[in-house]
Every structure is written in structure tokens, then in C-alpha cells.
Design a protein around this ligand. Structure first.
Ligand SMILES: NC(=O)C1=CN([C@@H]2O[C@H](COP(=O)(O)OP(=O)(O)OC[C@H]3O[C@@H](n4cnc5c(N)ncnc54)[C@H](OP(=O)(O)O)[C@@H]3O)[C@@H](O)[C@H]2O)C=CC1
Ligand SMILES: O=C(CO)[C@H](O)[C@H](O)COP(=O)(O)O
Ligand SMILES: [Zn+2]
Length: 341
């Protein structure tokens, strides 16, 4: 069959390409229905990813957050119409110690390998996970971002000490919201403190114990473990502030992506014996755990719906551009594309 792939060819410019795909393969065919824009996609769309990376990775279909419906399963295990979330990481080998998303041989969609902006996606059997039939599709669309927080919490649990009285989450955007909410659900007895730059954003974190603007933190505030969900240059300030507030031997999980290296107060990392945990992307197990989380705490999906920002119906390349432009000027939440192209 002929598939249409919508690729970014240069900043703010998309082109359609046609790919022939044989239905005789073992791949499951999924029709995307709701796609969600990640900051990483925006760095390619705007060209801020840097000349070298742009030259190396483009042309490429963007988007690694999305859901769809199964339209063809050669083994018939998934009924046609089954709603699924698609896993963007594609491992080519297994390792007993290194998770699939850290293997240098793995391919990741919309980072050097075509993402979900296509008419149909051809997926290996373990690259999709069924989602609850009645789940809000606009929330399900950004499940991948939720798996990022789930994955980092799994890493945190196996690498940090067990005193978890107080968590500090830096970032008053999407990932900070998701991280704060999951921590509060998983550790109801622990205090969760969210740190941000903007009061009206922090006002939406109604479920946490305390929120602080980063330039107005009382001296008494101390945390056992920190999660940095900021990225860019702001991550430098966030990491160093968390180093200042952390109780010795705590852990700092770093999730924000920075285009340039940031300066970290290593002297205090050493003096306090801090464990720094880097966390990037996620794998199939994190998707399954996230779908289980939706089932265990159905109210969490309602909280996540606070993050639905702009919604754009996509029927043409022009409407793809409109979605990305809207996302750039939106001050809160995720931009979701209803994929009807
Ligand atoms: N590790 C991974 O696998 C993944 C990482 N990411 C990365 O995580 C980061 C966050 O993503 P997302 O939440 O969607 O982005 P957002 O832009 O929605 O959130 C970042 C928020 O942090 C705020 N901020 C800036 N500086 C500080 C500071 N010093 N302390 C506290 N808050 C601050 C920003 O405010 P303002 O806008 O006013 O500056 C913004 O509200 C990005 O870098 C993204 O690329 C995303 C997905 C996966
Ligand atoms: O968003 C992400 C995962 O959800 C990662 O930040 C993204 O994969 C980083 O990719 P790149 O190196 O292409 O910026
Ligand atoms: Zn992403």
C-alpha cells in the first residue's frame, strides 16, 4: 500500500512523501487519531535544534506522542478499531543492564527517524499498548509524556535512599505538572512541593502540598529528593537551586533537555553526597505501567485533562503549521492535533 508521510524538510516547512509498504509483513497497521506536540518537535520545527542536528536528522516526520486505531493486524490479535498508544522507541537489541531507551542502537521516532505524522503507522507487535476504550483521547494523546515521568520515578525508586518525606519538583509546565501529580498519587503520605516561575501556572497545581515561586522560597524549605522538569537554560538555575535546598544524600532526577551544557555546582554535589539521576525517553514497560496507572487511579485522567491546551483539527499541511504556530504562542498545556488528514 502507498503511505503518505508528512516530513519537516527545513524550519517551518513540511512536504509529503510517498512510501510503499507491503501488508505481507508482520507489522500492525495503525491509523493515528490524536497527536500531541512535544518541546523536542518544536526545537526541530523552529530550527532551534542547531544546524548540525538539523542537517543530520531532516527530512523527518515529527511527533512521538500519539494514539490511534488498529486498522490491520496480520495475526488478528488486535481487533480492528482497538484504541492504542504507540511506543516511539524502537530497540534493535536487548541488554540485561541497559534499558531499551538508553541503548545507542535504538531508534526513536521524530529524532532522526520518522515520527507519527503519517497516514498510517507500521508497528512491531510490542510497540503498541491498548488504552481504555472510554479514555479521554486528548489526554491519551500525550501518554508518552506521562511515561517519561513514570520512567524517571522507576529509576528514582531503585537509585535513591528510602526517606521520602518531601519531594521538590522544579518546572511549572507540562512535565512538572505530570511529575507532581504522579508523585502525590504514588506517595500520598509525602509532601510534594512544586517550584515555578509563574503564579497563574502554579495555581493549577491544586493537588500538591505547597507551591513556591523560585525567587520567593522561605529559608525553612528543605527537600529529600528533587525532580528537574524545566529544560533549556532554566534547568541550570533549577538544578543549582535544588542542590541548595536538598538534604544531604538526597537524589536529583534531571529530565529537562538543554541544547547547551549547563553549569552545575559540583562542589555542593560532592559535599552533600547527592545522587544525580539522568532520565531520558521511555520504553514499552513504562507505557504499560502508565496505562495501569490510568486504570488504578481513574481520577488522575481528569487532573491530566487540565493540560489540554490548544486543539487543532488537521486536514492539510497548512493546518499542521497552524497547530505548531498555535503551540508556540500558547502559555499553558499541550497542543493536540486531531489527525484527519
Ligand atoms: N527527559 C525526557 O525524556 C523528556 C524531557 N522533556 C523536556 O522536559 C522539559 C520540560 O518540558 P515541558 O514541561 O513540556 O515544557 P514547558 O515549557 O511546559 O515547562 C517548563 C516550565 O518550567 C518553567 N521554568 C523555567 N525556569 C524555571 C526554573 N528555574 N524553575 C522552575 N520552573 C522554571 C517554564 O517557565 P517559562 O516558560 O516562563 O520560562 C515552564 O513553565 C523540556 O526541556 C522538554 O524538552 C520532555 C519530554 C521528555
Ligand atoms: O521528548 C523527548 C522524549 O519524549 C526527548 O526529549 C527527545 O526524544 C529528545 O530528542 P532529541 O535528541 O531529538 O531532541
Ligand atoms: Zn517528547
Amino acid at each position: 500500500m502507498i503511505n503518505q508521510v508528512y516530513r519537516l524538510v527545513s524550519p517551518r516547512q513540511f512536504e509529503v512523501t510517498y512510501q510503499d509498504f507491503s501488508l505481507k509483513s508482520d507489522m500492525i497497521v495503525v491509523r493515528p487519531t490524536h497527536l500531541s506536540i512535544c518541546n523536542a518537535d518544536q526545537r526541530y520545527y523552529t530550527g532551534s535544534r542547531g544546524k548540525e542536528a538539523m542537517a543530520k536528522k531532516l527530512p523527518m516526520a515529527l511527533i512521538h506522542e500519539g494514539i490511534g486505531k488498529v486498522v490491520y493486524d496480520p495475526k488478528g490479535e488486535f481487533a480492528n478499531g482497538t484504541k492504542v498508544v504507540m511506543v516511539p522507541n524502537d530497540p534493535t537489541e536487548e541488554d540485561s543492564f541497559i534499558a531499551e531507551n538508553y541503548l545507542r542502537s535504538s531508534r526513536f521516532r521524530s529524532s532522526g527517524y520518522d515520527g507519527f505524522m503519517q497516514d498510517y503507522i507500521f508497528l512491531k507487535r510490542d510497540r503498541l499498548v491498548e488504552i481504555p476504550e472510554d479514555m479521554n483521547p486528548f489526554v491519551a494523546a500525550f501518554t508518552e509524556l506521562i511515561t517519561i515521568a513514570m520512567h524517571s520515578i522507576t529509576r528514582f525508586e531503585s537509585r535513591s535512599h528510602k526517606r521520602r518525606n518531601t519531594f521538590g519538583v522544579w518546572g511549572d509546565g507540562n512535565l512538572g505538572f505530570i511529575m507532581s501529580l504522579i508523585l502525590k498519587k504514588k506517595y500520598p503520605e509525602s509532601k510534594v512541593i512544586s517550584f515555578g516561575k509563574t503564579q497563574y501556572k502554579l495555581d493549577r497545581f491544586s493537588f500538591v502540598d505547597e507551591t513556591y515561586l523560585i525567587d520567593d522560597i522561605p529559608e525553612s524549605v528543605k527537600i529529600d529528593h528533587a525532580f528537574e522538569c524545566v529544560g533549556g537554560l532554566g534547568s541550570q538555575y533549577a538544578i543549582n537551586q535544588s542542590i541548595d535546598l536538598i538534604v544531604p544524600e538526597g537524589s536529583i532526577s534531571i529530565l529537562g533537555v538543554s541544547e547547551y551544557p549547563v553549569e552545575v555546582n559540583t562542589r555542593m554535589v560532592l559535599e552533600k553526597g547527592i545522587t544525580m539521576i539522568g532520565s531520558s525517553r521511555s520504553g514499552r514497560a513504562d507505557f504499560q505501567n502508565t496505562v495501569n496507572l490510568y486504570k488504578e487511579y481513574p481520577d488522575i485522567v481528569d487532573y491530566f485533562s487540565t493540560l489540554i491546551g490548544e486543539v487543532q483539527t488537521v486536514t492539510s499541511i497548512q493546518s499542521i503549521i497552524e497547530a505548531f504556530e498555535k503551540d508556540l504562542t500558547s502559555s499553558w498545556g499541550k497542543t493536540i492535533m486531531e489527525w484527519k488528514i
